[in-house]
Design a protein around this ligand. Structure first.
Ligand code: PXP
Length: 242
């Protein structure tokens, strides 16, 4: 099986920093440490309300990282302009609601084709690899393909938050969607809510090429350090793949 890439989302290092203002802890330092611990990429979500990652963080990440930066962004003109200036390796288009605590569902690529198309085209034209953060649903996969996005990221939140038979059903949806996505020629990623306990079943899906994981890794770092937290996740992903 192909090696599964790990994108480490550093948003919540910035959440802790912003709880007090000032410069500490610095998400860029966390990104460098994540790289040393085996991250294949760094993911950061510049939200409209700047509740965690700031414009300056994105600038510093894009200037200092030697592994790919994946900018999570809402499909707005403001974010498009920032992406075109920062030139991250990739941009993941996410839905964004001010009142939500985290990205609650996938973007409706099927219902918003006309709004999303110019943004996907402009990012692609700047050689930024566009991914659509979608629910594991055939319609959303077809619509992502129709938008011309080369990548989809399947939302694993419903799987992560379910238990028992419901979790198995959510897992099956992700398996089916990953296989269908690959058959369309899309590169398939996944993420949201992944932990040491639930990552293996997702990592074992052969069509998935990358996982983006944040909140759990940063929380676990409080207890065992960021290096160990990431190395353990990396090991579990590799074990699931063999
Ligand atoms: N992928 C996307 C598109 C996300 O929006 C998020 C959350 O910011 C993640 C992955 C990571 O989710 P979590 O922080 O729950 O690991």
């Amino acid at each position: 099986m192909t090696k599964l890439r790990l994108g480490v989302n550093i948003d919540h290092v910035a959440t802790v920093r912003n709880a007090r203002g000032g410069d500490n802890p610095d998400p860029v330092r966390a990104a460098q440490l994540a790289q040393a611990a085996g991250a294949d990429g760094i993911t950061a979500h510049l939200r409209e309300d700047r509740r965690h990652i700031s414009d300056d963080d994105i600038l510093r990440l894009s200037q200092t990282l030697t592994i790919p930066l994946n900018l999570e962004m809402a499909a707005t003109d403001e974010m498009l302009n920032i992406a075109l200036k920062a030139r991250p390796h990739a941009a993941c288009i996410v839905p964004e609601k001010r009142e939500e605590r985290t990205t609650e569902g996938g973007i409706d690529t099927a219902g918003q084709h006309n709004r999303l198309k110019p943004i996907v085209t402009a990012l692609g034209g700047a050689h930024i690899r566009v991914s659509m953060f979608i629910e594991p649903d055939r319609r959303q996969l077809d619509a992502s393909k129709a938008l011309g996005a080369p990548v989809v990221e399947l939302h694993t939140g419903a799987y992560a938050h379910a238990s028992g038979a419901a979790r198995e059903a959510e897992l099956e949806k992700i398996r089916v969607a990953a296989a269908y996505g690959e058959s369309l020629g899309l590169e398939v990623h996944a993420g949201h809510g992944l932990t040491y306990d639930n990552v293996k079943a997702i990592a074992a899906i052969p069509q998935i090429r990358e996982l983006n994981i944040g909140h759990f890794l940063i929380g676990e770092a409080v207890f065992i350090g960021l290096d160990e937290s990431i190395r353990t996740m990396r090991r579990l992903m590799d074990e699931a793949r063999t």
